[in-house]
Each structure stands twice: as C-alpha cells, then as structure tokens.
Ligand binder design. Structure first.
Ligand code: GDP
Ligand code: MG
Length: 322
C-alpha cells in the first residue's frame, strides 16, 4: 500500500475540522479541560480524540521513517504539520496537503545547474553503483542537444572496466573522452583532460571519478587532489561538484552525503533510479540537514532519462511509494 493510501487509511472517514489559530497538539487536551463549564460530558470524548490523534501521528511518524526519512527530520516535519492550525482531528486530505507543503518547503533550494566557464568543469562523485557513469552520459547528451561541446574525463581509474564503460557511452553520445589506464593517478588524467579541453576550447568538461567510500581517507585525498589540479593548476572554478545518490538507497544515503561533503564541497545532487519504485525519503533528510539541492533527476536507463529537478516529482515519488 502506498504512503498516500496509508495516510488516507489513518485519517480517512471523519468529518473535516475547522482551521484554527496555531495550537500545539498536546494543548488539545487542555483546551478540552477549559471548556468544561456546561459541557462536562464532552471531556472524555475530546480527550479521547486527542489521544487518538496522538496515536495516528505516531503511526504517521513510522510511515515517514519507513520511507527513508531520518528521525530528526521526521519529528521536525510532523511537529510543523501538527502545528499547522488544526484543532481536533484533521481529515486525510488536510494531513496530506500539509505533508506535501512541508516536504516541498524542505526541498526548495536553488537547483540551477551551472555550466558556464571556459571551460565549465563539472566533477561527478558518488559511491559505486549509484549511477555516476550513466548519469554523465545522460548529462553529456543533454548538453550536446543544447549545442554545447563536451569532453568527458575518465578519472575512475580504480575499477577495471570503468574507463571502457564510459568510452562506450561517450561513443554512443558522440562526444570525446580523455582516456586513462587502470591504476593511474586520477589527478593526472584530469590534468591531461583539462589541457585538451582548453586547447580545443571545449564548453563543458565532465569528470567521472571512483567512489570508494570504504576507504574514506584515500577517497578524500584523491578528490581533494583532483580539485586542486582544477582550481589551483588551471585556475578554473568548479562549476558544479555533483554527488550522485541512488534513490533506492535508504538512510545510508544521508551518511554518503555527509561523507562526501566532508571531503569536498558538494554543490548539488543527481538523484538516480527514481523509476525503480524508490521510497526516496533520504533525499529529504539530505536537503534538511546539509542544504544540498537536487539539480538533476534520472528516471531510466536511456540517454534521454534525465531531467531538471522538479519538487513535485520528488514529493510524488515519496507519497506514491509502496
Ligand atoms: N532504472 C535505472 N537504472 C539506472 C539509473 N541510473 C543508473 N542506473 C543503473 O545503475 C547501474 C549502475 O550505474 P553506473 O552508472 O555504472 O554507476 P557508477 O558505478 O556510479 O558509475 C547501471 O546498471 C545503470 O544502468 C536510473 O535512473 N534508472
Ligand atoms: Mg562508474
């Protein structure tokens, strides 16, 4: 059953309540007490209602956590949903509307993708299997359709076959790629690639990297070295440092975002596999804690399966997830 259906099941059936001035949920019982005079017989009913509401909100909390949203974020959002000015028992529609509003508000960060520079440099990071290499091909295809010239740099020199995978995709898109050999220092292939990009006056350089989070110390120094080559040796500001997050990853996605942000500043997220029945709530945790905007969303395996971030897509992904 989807998130949405479960909210409907929890809050469905009752008549709507009137909107009132903001009220803390725990005050509801007290309000019932205040109105004692002349209506003593209604107290148990109202207190019972408040208790039932508290139980429903507990169930809602479980739904959020089940969707991959961390406990702190869940409590934060639900407190605001409860404070939203509903006295008594809200209807399912009222609760859903408020959840939608709060999720949208958390995700409302600047999602502009920056690709200007001479050349613009886009560094792509993320754990293995998140979808870095395929997203790079999709992004290159998107840029090519906008008549931009692109050079890909194969700086994932750790995994056997990673360079060939990018080479095949570069061919398919029809953009050049700076090749590397297995085990080569990633910063040296980035150096070679940038030299070529400057000489050829390429518009956008996109760099594929290895995402060995298991060895965080190496990963961090490797990424920092790559950034130094780009920014110090070439004097090129990074246009984007994009972290690829697989939407089907649970709360581990927040750990990944924390780890990569500690290594280098992350400017945005490419959220992949939203077509795979993902719950995807972890992206809300990342937005709330780290304030990293989602810039691109991938929803399939073709070169065309990429689009700019749209809040509604993500909120729907969470609400419609099973
Ligand atoms: N369904 C689906 N699969 C994806 C998407 N993005 C990547 N994949 C798949 O995820 C797997 C890992 O992708 P890859 O780009 O090699 O990840 P990398 O290790 O981070 O470079 C591949 O089988 C991709 O086809 C997506 O948006 N939707
Ligand atoms: Mg790869």
């Amino acid at each position: 059953m989807s998130f949405l259906s479960r909210v409907k099941q929890l809050f469905g059936g009752d008549t709507p309540v009137e909107e009132e001035s903001p009220v803390e949920a725990h005050e509801i019982g007290a309000k019932a007490q205040e109105s004692v005079s002349g209506a003593a017989q209604t107290i148990p009913q109202q207190v019972g209602g408040a208790r039932r509401e508290a139980a429903d909100f507990d169930a809602l909390e479980e739904l959020f956590i089940d969707a991959g949203i961390d406990v702190d974020t869940t409590i934060g959002i639900l407190q605001e949903v409860r404070r939203g000015g509903l006295l008594g028992r809200p209807t399912a529609e009222q609760v859903i509307e408020r959840i939608r509003g709060k999720l949208s508000a958390v995700l409302d960060l600047d999602s502009t993708l920056h690709t200007t520079g001479s050349p613009a440099v886009v560094l792509v990071t993320g754990v293995n299997g998140a979808g870095k290499t395929s997203s790079i091909a999709k992004l290159a295809n998107m840029l090519k359709q906008q008549n931009r010239t692109v050079l890909l740099i194969a700086a994932d020199t750790f995994r056997a076959g990673a360079v060939d995978q990018l080479a095949i995709l570069a061919d398919r898109v029809g953009v050049p790629m700076m090749r590397s050999v297995e085990g080569q220092d990633p910063s040296s292939v980035v150096f070679n690639g940038l030299q070529k990009a400057v000489a050829d006056k390429v518009d956008v350089v996109v760099i594929d990297t290895a995402g060995r989070l298991e060895n965080k110390k190496n990963l961090t120094s490797e990424l920092q070295k790559v950034v130094r080559v780009i920014e110090t040796k070439f004097g090129l500001p990074l246009s984007e440092t994009l972290l690829v997050i697989d939407a089907t990853t649970g709360e581990n996605a927040l750990m990944q975002a924390r780890a990569f942000s500690e290594a280098i500043p992350i400017s945005g997220i490419i959220l992949t596999k939203i077509d795979s029945g993902a719950k995807g709530g972890s992206i809300v945790s990342i937005a709330r804690e780290l304030r990293i905007p989602i810039k691109l969303v991938c929803n399939g395996e073709t070169l065309m399966s990429i689009k700019p971030f749209d809040k509604d897509d993500i909120v729907n992904m969470i609400l419609l997830s099973e």
